[in-house]
Design a protein around this ligand. Structure first.
Ligand SMILES: [Zn+2]
Ligand SMILES: [Zn+2]
Length: 339
């Protein structure tokens, strides 16, 4: 049997192991993908540290996968070998439960699958994915460019387009990192009056280059007060993982303003008085399904939105992961297989 390389984690907090396995066969409804690139997402730490319930080990992480369809399994309609596809966090759904019948595929409890968590992901030469998880990747994007758009890009793009903000509205992006540097670009390209909020002044030139019309240094200024000076935010996209940083900007929401929560701190403090008096709200946002990913890729081609990436070969996954976890990467880290 032909073999392939994968990078797996064998137990919670175990090391990344580069091992050889047999190339998997796609079952009914699935395809085999020859992986070209896979972004490393902070959520991969759920596999590494074992903090996601029910993970079966050994597990291959990776849910920012881009590659070519190598083999189409039985009972797959609409996909063919040779097509370039991406697979994100949403790893498949049943299509017949109440949530799916309402179009809320992300909330499917029957066949809820997460790429790289409930089945093996993209830190590998090949992987198998359900056809319902596939997004078509436009040829204008390289595999490395498309990878981070499958999770970081999708999450920021899809939350912004569903936030209720309209062109010209004041939209703030809290945090200019892996998610935030994409959020700033999408917000500006969607026609929002875009504010970037980050700690320190050193990210201001980059934030402005990415399209921010305003920059707030949260160490030197009070972000909520600065947002109010600009008229109050219609939406604040919280890409940070600090509940305190989120609470600190809430006062900058205008009337009907909404805090969209993408980062996942332990807890978040909100003043009910603030919510009630301005009809303000706090909302979480799940990344999206395969067609949302495809829309993200398409919009990125149309408007020139790109992730800034540091690239490592698959065999250096452990080092690449540490780089991502250090918070020092500018801004996403992507593995390539050499295919
Ligand atoms: Zn992710
Ligand atoms: Zn379902």
């Amino acid at each position: 049997m032909p073999r392939m390389r994968v990078v797996q984690v064998s137990h919670p907090n175990g090391p990344f192991e580069l091992v050889e396995r047999e190339i998997p066969e796609p079952g009914a409804g699935s395809v085999r993908i020859k992986v070209e690139a896979c972004g490393i997402c902070h959520s991969d730490s759920l596999v590494k540290e074992g903090t996601f319930p029910g993970i079966r080990y050994p597990r291959v992480p990776g849910h920012e996968v881009v590659g070519l369809i190598h083999t189409v399994g039985p009972d797959v309609a609409g996909w063919a070998a040779g097509q370039r596809v991406g697979v994100g966090w949403h790893g498949g759904h049943c299509g017949y439960c109440d949530s799916c019948r309402r179009g809320d595929f992300f909330a499917c409890p029957i066949a809820a699958q997460v790429t790289g968590l409930t089945y093996d992901g993209g830190y590998a030469d090949y992987m198998v994915a359900p056809a319902s998880a596939l997004a078509l990747v436009p040829e204008e994007l390289s595999a490395v460019e498309a990878g981070p758009l499958m999770c970081a890009g999708l999450t920021t793009f899809n939350s912004l387009r569903n936030s209720g903000a309209r062109p010209g509205d004041l939209v703030a992006i809290l945090g200019v990192g892996g998610l935030g540097h994409l959020g700033v670009q999408f917000a500006a390209k969607m026609g929002f009056k875009t504010v970037a909020i980050a700690r320190g002044g050193d990210k201001e030139p980059l934030a402005r280059e990415l399209g921010a019309h305003y920059y707030i240094d949260s160490q030197a200024q009070v972000p909520a007060a600065e947002l109010l000076k600009l008229g109050g935010a219609r939406v604040i996209l919280a890409t940070v993982t600090s509940g305190e940083a989120m609470s600190a900007v809430l006062g900058g929401l205008g009337v009907n303003g909404k805090l969209m929560v993408l980062g996942a701190p332990e807890s978040l403090e909100v003043s009910p008085f603030l919510l009630i008096t301005g009809r303000r709200s706090v909302m979480g946002w799940y990344s999206g399904t395969s067609i949302d990913s495809q829309d993200t890729l398409s919009f990125s081609v149309l408007t020139g939105v790109r992730s800034m990436n540091e690239v490592f070969p698959l065999e250096r996954a452990a080092e690449a992961y540490e780089r991502m976890m250090s918070g020092k990467a500018r801004f996403r880290v992507v593995l390539t297989t050499g295919h």
